[in-house]
Every structure is written in structure tokens, then in C-alpha cells.
Design a protein around this ligand. Structure first.
Ligand SMILES: [Zn+2]
Length: 157
């Protein structure tokens, strides 16, 4: 006579010869040591469909972490562009203002020359914007306020 019983740990259904009652066997499902029950206790048989579905549900639960793994990878991915952005933002935006009066040497207006020289030191890609600059200054000779111009260069460096 064979006994059919379910493993108390994993619900694995096992068929054991009646002479095995009371002996300990290793469950083929979970590897736990299981004591073979008395013949009278083998009515677990009827509960087996439920037990097996419970086991199936358990398997699904175990499968969840597997699905989590790629999700974590997806969360990590957006971090990379941020790091790249931080590296790109490293060069500071600087402003260089060149006033025309600062470029006048011994009566010669070297404004264009000075601006050209400064721009020549920059990479064209680093130049953000070049804006005209208007300012007033007091003429030393006449003590009058004069409006003059210059240029403001916004660049990365
Ligand atoms: Zn088991």
C-alpha cells in the first residue's frame, strides 16, 4: 500500500510505501527532512489542489525579484546623463567686459584690436554671447560725463 502525502514545507506531493511510515525522508521538492505520516494522516490528498496552487503562487512571488533586477537598472540609467551634464557644466561661465576707453593708448583706439585678440584666445564653441556695452565715464580733461561703448563677452572657461 502506498501513502500519498504533501510536504509540510513546500506541499510537494510524495508517494511512499506504507512501511515508510514514521521514517524520515528528504523532500524532493525543497530538500527538507520530512517525517512520513501515519496512513490516517494522508487525507491531505484532498487538499492538494489548493496546496499546489499555493505553491504556484509562491513561485510567482519568487519570480518578482527577477523582474525587479532590470527595473533597478532602468533607475540607474538616468543618473549617467546627469553625471555627464555635471562634467559639461564644470567650465564656469565667465564674463569679460572690454571698455573702449581702456583700449585707447596714446590717442590710438585699439578697441577692435583688443577685442579681436581676446576672442582669438577663445574657442569659438566656448563663446556664449557677445553683447554691446554702453557706459558713462568722466572725461579727465573736460570733467564731462561721456557715454562710451564697449563689449561684454560671455564665455566658458
Ligand atoms: Zn518539501
Amino acid at each position: 500500500m502506498d501513502l500519498t502525502f504533501g510536504c509540510p514545507h513546500c506541499k510537494q506531493q510524495m508517494v511512499v510505501d506504507a512501511t515508510g511510515t514514521g521514517s524520515q525522508i528528504e523532500c524532493p521538492g525543497c530538500g527538507q527532512t520530512v517525517t512520513v505520516p501515519e496512513a490516517s494522516m494522508t487525507n491531505i490528498h484532498t487538499a492538494n489542489p489548493i496546496a499546489s496552487s499555493a505553491a504556484a503562487r509562491e513561485e510567482k512571488h519568487f519570480a518578482v525579484p527577477v523582474h525587479d533586477a532590470p527595473a533597478e537598472a532602468l533607475i540607474k540609467k538616468p543618473n549617467k546623463p546627469l553625471e555627464v551634464a555635471a562634467k559639461e557644466a564644470q567650465p564656469q561661465v565667465r564674463i569679460k567686459c572690454i571698455k573702449r576707453t581702456d583700449c585707447v593708448e596714446v590717442g590710438h583706439d585699439r578697441f577692435d584690436e583688443v577685442v579681436s585678440k581676446f576672442l582669438g584666445q577663445l574657442d569659438q564653441e566656448d563663446i556664449v554671447v557677445i553683447q554691446p556695452l554702453a557706459y558713462t565715464h568722466m572725461d579727465i580733461g573736460t570733467r564731462a560725463l561721456l557715454t562710451d561703448y564697449g563689449v561684454m563677452i560671455v564665455y566658458k572657461g
